[in-house]
Design a protein around this ligand. Structure first.
Ligand SMILES: Cc1cc2nc3c(=O)[nH]c(=O)nc-3n(C[C@H](O)[C@H](O)[C@H](O)COP(=O)(O)OP(=O)(O)OC[C@H]3O[C@@H](n4cnc5c(N)ncnc54)[C@H](O)[C@@H]3O)c2cc1C
Length: 346
């Protein structure tokens, strides 16, 4: 059997793999990228993808500090490369002051404004609205991925890896299509399927941490901005009422609506429940959203790290596993890519 050798092999075609390849290219262009989106769909293509700190503060937890550091790396990337498919805007978070969720929001935000009405809301709520504005980056995944794939400029192999062996000078991978790939260094960016590679970990604690990761389902509604409404859409925006969030993506002229996570471990989506949340949301808005049936429903599977902490480690010499990025994947990816590339650059 013919073996294909490369210096680096990156498994995965999601945000983690793409941002890592973007960064690794500074060290070598001898990179092979393998993934199978037909066998294991990348969540990164079916996501609402918003980067926003939402009250995260320095010094309150290790996870919070990691989010802040990675957010800075993302902003540095954005400012340096001005990528297509990402726009900078402000997220407006609303909730009903002294309503059921008021206490929950106070744990996140120390300060808020009081509004009798939001520019987005037409409903007379029982109480005033509490409102917070935070910097946010709205990402249109397909457009951004076209941009980054073009910059990465490496051919992708559509194949599913079924076995990895450590050899004297690297790693030997076997695929579903009975192909063999060898490399000096291996990067596994396979999200919730990363736990299948846990046998590669030298340390028991790393193996255990990967095995404790969970697959968490999420869904959202999508529609192109092709309907009649009189709201002038000059820029991307993002606004939420409690846990229902609407984002308009100027870059691709479309909308996404995401909901609080329900049925986290269930593959099927409860469409009836989404329909009624959509109806409630629609009644509160000044923006015309049209009918529920005019929206497309999408879902994706995320990987939630043990105690929500993402996993990024060299688990054995020359083999890195990065997974468990959960709700902050578009932030963490940039921090981890930088960290890994710096560790190899000597
Ligand atoms: C509804 C929803 C809303 C979300 N909102 C946000 C948000 O606002 N902000 C945010 O940052 N994140 C958000 N997320 C989470 C985010 O989308 C995911 O965490 C992220 O896409 C995961 O990226 P990844 O690169 O780790 O994995 P994925 O994108 O899932 O990619 C995994 C890749 O690994 C490949 N693969 C797996 N096993 C193998 C194998 N054995 N051989 C070959 N290839 C393999 C797959 O084919 C795939 O290409 C949301 C997710 C959902 C579902």
């Amino acid at each position: 059997m013919k073996e294909n050798f490369s210096k680096f092999i990156v498994i995965g075609d999601g945000i983690m793999a793409k941002s890592l390849i973007f960064s690794l290219k500074d060290l070598s262009s001898d990179i092979t990228n393998i993934s199978s989106n037909s066998f294991a769909p990348a969540c990164s293509y079916t996501t609402t993808a918003i980067n926003c700190l939402r009250g995260t503060e320095k010094g309150t937890s290790k996870l919070g500090d990691l989010i802040l550091e990675s957010y800075d790396n993302f902003v540095e990337f954005y400012n340096k490369h001005n990528p297509k498919g990402i726009s900078k805007t402000i997220e407006e978070q609303n909730w009903i002051k002294d309503g059921e969720t008021h206490g929950k929001w106070l744990r996140r935000y120390k300060e808020y404004e009081i509004k009798d009405k939001s520019i987005f809301y037409n409903k007379n709520f029982s109480s005033s609205l509490a409102q917070v504005h935070t910097e946010a980056y709205i990402i249109s995944p397909n457009k951004f991925f076209n941009w980054i794939d073009e910059k990465n400029n490496i051919s992708k192999i559509d194949d599913f890896i079924i076995s990895v062996l450590k050899t004297d000078n690297g790693y030997r991978l076997t695929s579903q299509n009975n192909k063999v790939y060898t490399c000096e260094k291996l990067f596994i960016c396979t999200s919730y399927l990363a736990k299948s590679f846990s046998y590669l970990c030298d340390k028991g604690e790393d193996k255990l941490s990967l095995e404790k990761q969970k697959s968490v389902h999420g869904h959202y509604l999508y529609r192109k901005n092709n309907f009649k409404h009189d709201f002038i859409l000059e820029n991307s925006f993002c606004m939420s009422l409690d846990f229902i969030r609407l984002a308009y993506r100027k870059e691709t002229d479309d909308f996404v609506i995401s909901f609080v996570d329900t049925n986290k471990e269930n593959f099927l989506v409860d469409e009836k429940k989404i329909n009624s949340s959509f109806d409630y949301f629609r009644q509160t808005l000044n923006i015309e959203l049209g009918e529920f049936k005019q929206w497309d429903l999408y879902k994706g599977i995320r990987s939630k790290g043990h105690q929500r902490v993402p996993f990024c480690k060299e688990v054995s010499s020359g083999c890195f596993i990065i997974s468990g990025l959960y709700k902050n994947a578009f932030t963490f990816s940039f921090g981890f890519s930088k960290k890994i590339t710096n560790s190899l650059d000597h």
